[in-house]
Structures are given as C-alpha cells and as structure tokens.
Design a protein around this ligand. Structure first.
Ligand code: VG1
Ligand code: CO
Length: 543
C-alpha cells in the first residue's frame, strides 16, 4: 500500500456556501475534483497528521465512493484514525455528536441536505471543526484560498475497504473504525428527554407519523420512535435510506412532504406528524389540522423547553437567523434572556453555543437545535415537541393558539424564486441595495417603510464581522420583508423573499397566512421590481 502524490490544477468555484461545497454530482465526480477540495481542507486546517476525523454522509448517490476516496486521502495525509458511520451513513447531528463525544479534530460530512440526490442531482461536502459545528467563515475562507493554489494531493494506492462491518480495520497507517450510526445519538437523546413520559403518552393513544423521506433519518427514527418509545411499526414512513431519496426532494416542507400534510389534515389523521430532510438536521412539525411554521416552532420550544429534563434549569439565551420571524424574540423578552440575530447558516450559532450564551437556536428553513450538538437537529426537535406534548397533555393546535394568545402572532412565509438567471438576481439585489437610503418614508400598498438596510453581523464572542447577509425592509406596525440569495443552490440563483407581519395577542390570530401577508408581499415585489426583472408572477415554492 503505497502513498502516491498526484499533481493537479485548481478548479474554479470551490467556494463553500451557506453549508459547505454543493455542486451537481457529476461535477464532484470529475477526475481530481473531490480530491482537490479534500486536500484543500486538510491544507487549510494545518494538515491531517496525527488527527482523528469523523466521516459520514446522508447516503445519497456517490456517498460511499466519496468516502473511500476521503479515507485514502486522510490515511495518506497522516491521519491517525477515522470514525465512519456504518455503510457511510451518519446524520449531520449524529456526526456533530460523534465529533464532540469522541473528542476528535473534526469531521467531513457528505451531504447536499434537502437538495435531491442522484447522478444528475446534487452532492455536497463540508468540514466541521472540533466543537462539532460547521467550519466558521475564517476557516471556509482559508479552504477556498487553498483550492485556488492547490498543485498536488496525497492518496494511497489501496483497495476500497468494507464500510459494512462494525469494528476496526487499518488503511495504511490509519485506523478506520466503523461505528453504528444510531447508538451514540440515541443515548444522547435519552439524556435530554423524558422517554418514559413520551412512551406512556403514546401508549395512552397519542398517534404519530414520521416521514424520513427516504433519507438518513429512517434508521434513527425507527430505533427511537418505534424502538425506544414503543410507537407502532409503520409510524416511520419512507424509512429506508435511498441513494436518490425515491426521486423526491428530501425537504420537509408542505410542498415536498405534501402526503404527510394531507394525512394530518384528514378527519382520521394522526395527532402529530413530523418529517426530516436528507441529512437529518431539518424538521417539519404538524399537528391535527395544523402546520407549525419553523419560526413559531422555535418560539414554542423556547417557551416550553423547561418541561424537558435536559432544559429544566432554563435557557441561557435564544438565537435565530436574521430572516427567521421575531416570534422567538418575544419569548426571550418575557423570559428575560438574551436573544441573538445571526446571518443565515448554522455556522454562526457555534460561538454563541460554545460561549454558553445561547441554549436554543433556530432558522426559518426548518432548522432547530440546541447546545447538545453544534448542528441543527431534526429528530431532537421532534422529541422536544413530543416531550412537551406529553407534559402539557394538549394538542399541537391548542399549544400554538395559546402561544399566540400570550405573545401575539408573527405571520410568516418564505417565497422562493428558483433558477433565476444569476446576473438578473444579482442586479435586482444590487439596485435595491443602492436605493435603501431613499426607502424610509415611502408608502407602498398601504405600508410605510420605516427602515431599510443590508444586514451585517457583529459576532459578540469573537468580534468578527460578516457583511452583506441580506436586505431588510421594515414597515410601520412591525411588518418586515427580507431578500437574499441562496447559498446552497447549484443552478442559477434562488431568490428568497421572507415576509413577516406581527399581530398583537388581541388581534386576529387565525387569518390564512398568505392572505395575512398579501400587502407585505406586494410591497416588496414593487420595491424590488421583482416581476419586471425576473418575469416571475408567483414564487416556485412558498413555505
Ligand atoms: C438554506 C437555508 C439556511 C440553512 C441552509 C443549510 O440556505 O436557508 O437557513 O442553514 O440551507 O441547511 P440558503 O443559503 O440556500 O438559503 V441544510 O439542511 O441544507 O444543511
Ligand atoms: Co439538512
């Protein structure tokens, strides 16, 4: 087994986005492409020599092949040990947990998350640091610099190893440890939640469904929901991970998980339903005849987390991404705890969690998590909801209504315009940005602009500044619109328009969401000349 050094030339565009490097699978499969990026990661972190890494992915097409390549390269770069999920599978939160529990030097997570999988779909790779969280901007920037000057990479001239058998093998000088991907994660969940109370609630007739969307959470959900919590077999739907996710988008929202939504809207539907995404870090929460927006979910969880054993001493603080609705802010205010507003992407929560300033974090894109790992965590959110439901013995709908009656309601929706021509999208954003100064005072569709800016984040822990994180337009009365371009797409640009309107507790709390947001949507469309520029009358996806 000899070490081989290949020379290579840099590839354009190996710049990590919101969550690692995401490209079409065929792009990743080009000769030397993956290798150049992996070597750049090792170079950017001061080499792999003597280090231990966790390696695993969401099981999509090319997952297993890419892991073999990474293992050979890690060995050739002098790594000491690789901890790999059996068959190459690890949900993103489970990988984060392993990185932390085993006190490793970080991990390589293979996923394009909610994007579809397959040879003509998407693939992705990201590096998480020793705290278990996605590499912060200064590290991803260093990786990108390496990708621009890379001239060689190291690998081993060796056969593939068997990823299916649990236990240890050697690859050159490196130990490869294949682990059960579910075991440690399940143990962690048991320390946070009252499994007995949830089990009793389910045994008492509380019914639930979980849609794993043919992605990585299937084995986790079966072990935890059907195994440890005693939910009947068949509770987990689409529970076998597939390389193409059954040809769907493994994105837990009312569009891509429509069958589940239809189920809870039916007369004989379950009391609770949930879904997770490709790599298991997102969640969608549903109750009988009710969809909980991720922003509301964060707020409800913040208000009720003390009911679960892992959080019974209260929360240090709450953090949300900037486009996420301000519902959680109201809870934080009432609890008298800090509330942070960060740019989109979980990497910005890491410092706050490490410093003990935030306990719960959330994003409007179906991401919720806590300081138990350094990633958002789909099943964790499901279990916290279940724990709260078991304690409060109320329905999801009742809890939500009670929440709005206490704090008021932040009507909220995200409108996505997908595969927009990149130049068009960039010009729309640039022109709007240039006009931000003149917007205050403007009246549009009955709304008056009070403030407009380009969001910049000043990290309170390390003092770093992240600029250009999205355009915010505030209106009189507490409504708000945010515009930003996606950093996870692989085709053209995706323009995300986030809409929010606040209704006080004594106001109308049950208006249909899109109806409640009609004026804000019309106002932002007019201010950005959205239809004229993009030719789009309606969004492709509304969540
Ligand atoms: C999207 C979401 C963002 C999330 C990111 C990764 O990013 O908006 O909130 O953190 O996906 O989630 P963007 O740049 O496309 O808006 V996942 O589940 O893909 O790791
Ligand atoms: Co994900």
């Amino acid at each position: 087994m000899s070490r081989v050094t290949h020379s290579c030339t840099p590839f354009d565009g190996q710049k990590p986005g919101t969550s690692g490097l995401r490209k079409k699978t065929r792009v990743f499969m080009q000769a030397h492409y993956l290798e150049c990026f992996v070597q750049s990661i090792f170079n950017a972190i001061g080499g792999a020599k003597g280090k231990t890494f966790v390696i695993g992915g969401d099981g999509r097409y090319f997952n297993a092949e890419a892991i073999q390549t990474i293992l050979r390269m890690a060995a050739a770069n002098g790594a000491h040990r690789a901890i790999v999920g059996q068959n190459g599978l690890l949900s993103t939160p489970a990988a984060s947990n392993l990185i932390r529990q085993r006190e490793t030097d970080g991990g390589l997570i293979l996923s394009a998350s909610h994007n579809p999988g397959g040879i003509d779909e998407d693939f992705g790779l990201k590096f998480n640091t020793a705290n278990g969280g996605p590499a912060p901007e200064k590290v991803t920037a260093a990786m990108y610099e390496e990708t621009k000057r890379i001239s060689e990479y190291h690998t081993l001239d060796a056969q593939d190893i068997d990823l299916g058998s649990i236990g240890e093998t050697r690859l050159g000088e490196m130990t490869v440890e294949i682990v059960d991907p579910v075991e440690d994660y399940t143990a962690l969940m048991k320390t946070l939640f009252d499994f007995d109370a949830i089990r009793a609630h389910i045994a008492g007739g509380f019914s639930l469904k979980f849609d794993a969307m043919h992605a990585v959470t299937g084995p986790y959900a079966k072990a935890i929901l059907e195994g440890a919590l005693g939910a009947p077999a068949g509770t987990v739907l689409n529970g076998e991970p597939k390389v193409d996710f059954g040809k769907g988008h493994p994105d837990p929202n009312p569009i891509w998980a429509k069958p589940l939504v239809d189920m809870v809207m039916a007369e004989d539907g379950p009391d609770f339903a949930a879904a997770s995404d490709g790599d298991g870090d997102r969640n969608m929460i549903l109750g009988k005849r009710c969809y909980v927006t991720p922003s509301d979910s964060l707020a409800v969880l913040a208000a009720n987390a003390h009911l679960a054993p892992g959080y019974d001493t209260g929360l240090a603080g709450v953090a949300r991404s900037m486009p996420t609705s301000q519902a959680a802010d109201r809870v934080a205010e009432k609890l008298g705890i800090e509330c942070f507003e960060t740019p989109t992407g979980w990497k910005f929560f890491g410092n706050l969690l490490d410093a003990g300033r935030a306990t719960l974090c959330g994003e409007e894109s179906a991401g919720t998590g806590s300081d138990h790992v350094r990633e958002k965590d789909g099943l964790w959110a499901v279990l916290l909801w279940l724990n709260i439901l078991a304690e409060r013995k109320a329905s999801v709908g009742e809890i939500l209504l009670h929440h709005w009656q206490t704090y008021g309601r932040n009507y909220y929706s995200r409108h996505d315009y997908e595969a927009v021509d990149s130049d068009t999208a960039n010009a729309l954003m640039a022109d709007l940005e240039a006009r931000l100064g003149e917007l205050p005072g403007t009246e549009v569709h009955g709304l008056t602009v009070t403030k407009a800016d380009q969001f910049a984040y000043h990290d309170p822990v390390d003092g770093s500044v992240s600029k250009n994180q999205g355009i915010r337009i505030f209106f009189e009365g507490g409504s708000r619109a945010v515009l930003r371009l996606s950093g996870t797409g692989t085709e053209g640009a995706t323009l995300r328009v986030y809409l929010e309107r606040y209704m006080p507790a004594e106001g109308a709390l049950t208006i249909e969401t899109q109806t409640a947001l009609r004026e804000v949507a019309a106002a932002v469309a007019e201010l950005s000349a959205l239809t004229a520029r993009t030719g789009r009358e309606t969004p492709d996806v509304m969540t």
